[in-house]
Design a protein around this ligand. Structure first.
Ligand code: NAP
Length: 327
């Protein structure tokens, strides 16, 4: 079978541009290379990072080549196992991550970036968990919030914020989360005390945390680190995943997601036990991936956007024949 004649549907860009630059077309279907598995993608999460790449940003160490398929997290079913890839068989249900390439019917990925999906975790949860979940998990590790302490999360309703709140609350940490009023009930349901962001937020946070704030995570930018440094004494316990410029000025931590299969496995297990949930604010078919980018680029909203790329109705096992296309 010739790999070059197999095609799949994928959402890609031919040049950097606005959300509408992301269009669906037939592209060559990859094979599972050495140490890789090929996954038939069921769902893929969408995040601001994907939109930033679409608009012209290149992640450190990555190379953008047009047409470029976007997307950095997925869940699906193993369709091929490459030479030397251990621990997986065709038909296994998995979740995983890559820097690019996940908004597609198939993705090839090193086996060490894939873990088995617990049967009790939904496809939507598994496909939209890795990016935000691993970022929040990394951030809590760096900030070291422990039971009995108080953590401030700027942007508590968003993809990363929703994960950070739940992971911290599960460890016995009190969380104060800034959010728009429309999301207060939602953030409260995650276990945090919601506080409206914007003018006067410092006073409101102090009122919500009279015991003081031990650590702070900024997932929103907008200069929120300036509020955090008024509240947290130790700048090594203030981190941002957004505002690298202000970290230099204020001496706070810049936090990059440190993704690993072990971290993803732990997050999936928490979901399986009902101790962590991914809020999906909207789902989109692959053909409308650009709509997910338009939504993400509002900079507001609860949890995640996700693409539903294949379902139980797409009765595909393995890969399509040479010259054929996936249904
Ligand atoms: N460094 C890394 O490794 C890494 C990894 C993943 C993501 N990121 C970055 O982290 C950021 C957050 O990602 P995300 O997926 O969580 O985005 P998101 O889902 O869009 O969430 C952003 C949140 O920010 C809130 N917000 C908007 N304006 C605000 C303001 N002035 N003050 C406080 N909060 C405000 C919004 O809350 P309301 O809806 O309540 O307005 C929204 O929920 C993005 O910039 C992303 O690129 C970095």
């Amino acid at each position: 079978m010739s790999g070059s004649t197999r095609t799949m549907r994928a959402a890609a860009i031919d040049a950097f541009g606005p959300a509408e630059a992301l269009t669906v077309r037939d592209l060559p279907l990859p094979s599972a290379g050495t140490g890789e598995v090929l996954v038939r993608v069921r769902t893929a999460g969408v995040q601001p990072t994907d939109a930033a790449i679409r608009a012209g940003w290149t992640p450190p160490g990555a190379t953008i080549g047009f047409p470029q398929i976007l997307g950095n997290e997925f869940a699906g079913i193993v369709a091929e196992v490459g030479p030397g890839a251990v621990g997986f068989a065709v038909g296994d249900e998995v979740a995983g991550y890559r820097v690019l390439g996940c908004y597609a019917e198939y993705v090839n990925v090193p086996a060490e970036q894939v873990v088995h999906k617990p049967a009790g975790v939904s496809w939507l949860t598994a496909g939209a968990l890795s990016a935000s979940g691993q970022t929040a998990h990394t951030a809590l590790e760096r900030l070291g919030a422990v039971e009995g302490e108080t953590l401030l999360v700027h942007g508590a309703a968003g993809g990363v914020g929703s994960m950070a709140v739940q992971l911290a609350v599960a460890r016995g940490v009190r969380v104060v989360g800034t959010t728009a009023p429309v999301n207060h009930e939602y953030v409260r349901s995650l276990g945090a005390v919601p506080v409206e962001y914007g003018s006067g937020q410092l006073r409101r946070i102090r009122a919500a945390a009279p015991q003081g704030v031990d650590a702070a995570l900024d997932t929103a930018g907008h200069g929120n680190l300036r509020t955090a440094v008024e509240l947290v004494e130790d700048r090594n316990r203030i981190g941002t995943v957004v505002d690298i410029g202000l970290t230099r000025e204020l001496g706070c931590l810049w936090i990059n997601s440190n993704r690993s299969a072990a971290r993803l496995r732990e997050l999936l297990d928490l979901c399986d036990r009902g101790e962590l949930a991914v809020t999906i604010r909207a789902t989109h078919p692959l053909d409308e991936a650009y709509k997910a980018h338009l939504d993400v680029e509002t900079g507001h909203g609860r949890g995640k956007n996700a693409l539903v790329i294949s379902t139980d109705d797409d009765a595909v096992t393995g890969v399509p024949p040479a010259g054929g296309r996936t249904p």
